[in-house]
Design a protein around this ligand. Structure first.
Ligand code: IPM
Ligand code: MG
Length: 364
């Protein structure tokens, strides 16, 4: 089969890790008899430099013609002025909204050979295998009003946290479906003791629960969840939560895995159930790491694992996805490590070398 993939490398280390993602996709294509056509576009700071905006309509139209999007990272000190009218992050928020990518899946799996590379005790992180399902197109990020203004008593600013029942319903369904495919335990994370949006969230989740009698649901307050993530993370399986809570909890959760360079993500426009395909954007959860840019150092595994998620959720190629994941494990098993997960006795490799090793495993 032939697939069209939109490729938006973005800023910093984005282009370097994306190049390795493409290398691995090509290798998977060769092995399974698929052809991937890559269509490149600009997003983030590089798009601001070229077009004056972080995401333009042509890039959106180009992505619309594709089966999925692979994104690197956006942002960097060059575009960081808080008074700037355009910000690289606008590109990311813009593309999430343009394609209604409301369902963000962020799996955190601690691989047995990396238990020692985290800052937590190995016994705490051993066996951790959880997924955060984050709502991605609502809440504080997009609610209106959102502005800053001057009053006679100084400056004021407002952001708005708003959710409609249907927005909660569709993301909660994703949570239930993902839980159904795993340990059948769903934790819905909110702040229902304080926030009205959280009270709506809880009601909607409770209303849906009877449709998923095989899934046990538990409500957890976000502050307590933050604590549980550090205290006993291996108990957690699927967490579903709103946009801002999900943003914060996933950075926290990423530390369980030792390095953000290991963690992939999918942002989907539909509900993944029974292998049904959904349009999606795939990206590593790490940022553009400007200080490492151009040094051929960054860990490409998060991006490579994101391409596996792409095969699984948007292209319906579950075998290819599993093969990529197995190739990553094989390269790590042989002791190859990028700088971020390096430990004594292992072989340190560059971005390119790690990509080549994983691609070669796929071709074997
Ligand atoms: C993420 C990032 C983004 C977010 C930023 C870059 C806008 O932190 O994907 O988690 O807050 O969603
Ligand atoms: Mg974040």
């Amino acid at each position: 089969m032939k697939f069209d993939i939109a490729v938006l490398p973005g800023d910093g280390v984005g282009p370097e890790v994306v190049a390795e993602g493409l290398r691995v996709l090509e290798a998977a294509g060769k092995r399974f008899g698929h052809v991937f056509d890559f269509h490149h576009g600009l997003i983030g700071g590089v798009a601001i430099d070229e077009y004056g905006v972080a995401l333009n309509q042509e890039t959106i139209d180009m992505c619309r013609k594709c089966d999925a999007i692979l994104l690197g990272a956006v942002g960097g000190p060059k575009w960081d002025d808080p008074r700037a009218k355009v910000r690289p992050e606008d590109g990311l928020l813009g593309i999430r909204k343009a394609f209604d990518l409301f369902a963000n899946l962020r799996p955190v799996k601690v691989l047995p050979m990396l238990v020692d590379s985290t800052c937590l005790k190995p016994d705490t992180v051993r066996g951790v295998d959880l997924v955060v399902v984050r709502e991605l197109t609502g809440g504080l990020y997009f609610g209106r009003p959102k502005r800053q203004w001057r009053t006679t008593r100084g400056r004021r600013a407002v952001d708005t946290m708003a959710y409609a029942d249907w927005e909660v319903e569709r993301i909660a369904k994703v949570g239930f479906e993902v839980a159904r495919g795993r340990r059948k335990k769903l934790i819905s994370v909110d702040k229902a003791n304080v926030l009205e949006t959280s009270r709506l969230w809880r009601q909607v989740v409770a209303e849906l629960a009877p449709q998923y009698p095989d899934v046990a649901v538990e409500n957890m307050l976000v502050d307590s969840c933050a604590m549980r993530l550090i205290q006993k993370p291996s108990d957690l399986d699927v967490l579903v939560t709103e946009n801002t809570f999900g943003d914060i909890l996933t950075d926290e959760a990423s530390m369980l895995a030792g390095s953000m360079g290991m963690l992939p993500s999918a942002s989907l426009a539909g509900i993944p159930s029974n292998g049904a395909k959904a349009f999606g954007m795939y990206e590593p959860i790490h940022g553009s790491a400007p200080r490492r840019a151009g040094m051929n150092m960054a860990n490409p595994i998060a991006t490579i694992l994101s391409t596996a998620m792409m095969l699984r959720y948007s292209l319906g190629l579950a075998d290819g996805a599993s093969a990529i994941e197995a190739a990553v494990l094989a390269a790590l098993d042989e002791g190859y490590r990028t700088y971020d997960i390096m430990s004594e006795g292992k072989t340190k490799v560059s971005t390119n070398e790690m990509g080549q090793l994983i691609a070669r495993k796929l071709e074997q």
